[in-house]
Design a binder for this molecule. Sequence first.
Ligand code: ATP
Ligand code: MG
Length: 565
Amino acid sequence: MSPENTYESLDFIRTKVAEDLKEGKNDGRVVTRFPPEPNGFLHIGHAKSICLNFGIASEHNAPCHLRFDDTNPCKEEDKYVEAIAEDIKWLGFDWKNNLFYASDYFDKLYQHAVEMIKKGQAYVDSLSFDEIRQYRGTLTEPGTESPYRGRSVEENLDLFERMKNGEFEEGDCVLRAKIDMASAHIVMRDPALYRIIKRSQHHRTGGKWRIYPMYDFAHCLSDSIEGITHSLCTLEFANHRPLYDWILDQLEAPCHPQQIEFARLNLSYTVMSKRKLLQLVEEGHVQGWDDPRMPTICGLRRRGYTSEAIRNFCERIGVAKVEGTIDMAFLEHCLREDLNSRAQRVMAVLKPIKVVIENYPDSQVEELECINNPEDPDAGTRKVPFSKTLYIERDDFMEDPPKKFFRLAPGREVRLRYAYFIKCEEVVKNGLGEVVELRCTYDPETRGGNASDGRKVKATLHWVSADHAVNAEVRLYDRLFTVENPMAGKEKEDFTARINPRSMEILASCKIEPSLADASPGTSYQFERLGYFCADKNSSPGNLIFNRAVSLRDQWVKIGNTQKK
Ligand code: ATP
Ligand code: MG
């Protein structure tokens, strides 16, 4: 983003941009664009494209346009436009005055289509969609020319105008480029340029248009109209590049942007296409686009991802020409790294069990000093109340511990973080034989967590004071899918069968230190020994809700080490 953010070795796109500048191409200008279709929410794959386009622009002090690619009224909505804009801003990018819509160009695009008809480079075809597909041929066989290919310019102009006026039904006819039905590039076999869509109201142009430009026609011309210099897109458009260039060449467009393709981001343990994400939402597998298990920007944000972590992730994965899959553990690693340096530490007990310290004065309360962030000396300290009755984590106690369990057990002494050594003297059970309370003693000589006689303990536990703790609901999120590639194999259409049934666990009666009583939504904390947690958008004082963004255990470090071996 900033000038100090230099790249040791430039990726192939940045290299190309730098070379073009050096050669004086485009009059020394760089203009990029991010062109989302407003038919869904942005996901982490889009973040890669956003970081690339806005990143390159800002490295050259150049503009990056935000252009909504709104050429299909059936699926596009204003609510998506707003959500997309919000997500880009949140990621930390600014399109300034350069906000555009492909629909702004509908009049111009129509004029260009008429121009192509007049030059004999486009015709109205009356074959059905199925017939057009059959006539297209295959990779090994050439296509067949449509019987309507020979229509005169006058007839084509008349038919196209009548298409525009709504005189035909959807599928009756399309406008096609007249290129070459035998071309080795299937995309060049008379591709469709305009189609009829009558049912839908366009989110911006309403009912004005009954015909809409196809992506291949609208995209190159929109790029050209806006003076884009480098049009970056994902690899699946590489096949379309001959058409991108052909259309601009025919129309003698004032500016001919260079399309450059890069590998899309794939991430393990999730799906990344808007269609699949929409299916997850519509079938109720998740609770909306911003469900914290979704790979959407709004889902990641709600989960506790920071924009810094996402930008850092995008920078570190780089851009390449070959597709691959990035390990989800690496994204999680980037978040941990960021929050480790910034998140305030607090104590929270998720599955509480009561501890009564028998020899602690009944009504005494001590305010113990706790460090806010050991990674950040400027973060200071806070006071946390300590009293006779506490909660600790149920998992931190075992009545009959195996050898390697070093935490609390009958007769054993442990440290309470920032407080004292305590020793478990007695276990209280209910009628069902379940442990409901631990009776302990404390050593007043260990205040602050160290014994004056130098004796050691093997575990340090987090705790909260029962009378002072605030209640909270905590949602433990895990990966949404049980397998690395939910779309692999024959069953890919039923990828929802691979959803992790334990991807969300709700703990309703957690106890949290009082400093979080008025935690504001979106703030992230490290719950000591547990992980990073973010106050949910629906969290409020009196009804606290925290989402686990990521646990403390870093699988990426492990993966990295085995790869090194
Ligand atoms: P999806 O395939 O998820 O439905 P899309 O490509 O249809 O996404 P668009 O709104 O058309 O979504 O995408 C806007 C821009 O983001 C395009 O330039 C597209 O190439 C890029 N993009 C989409 N998905 C990814 C991805 N996984 N990695 C990198 N860039 C992506
Ligand atoms: Mg697309």
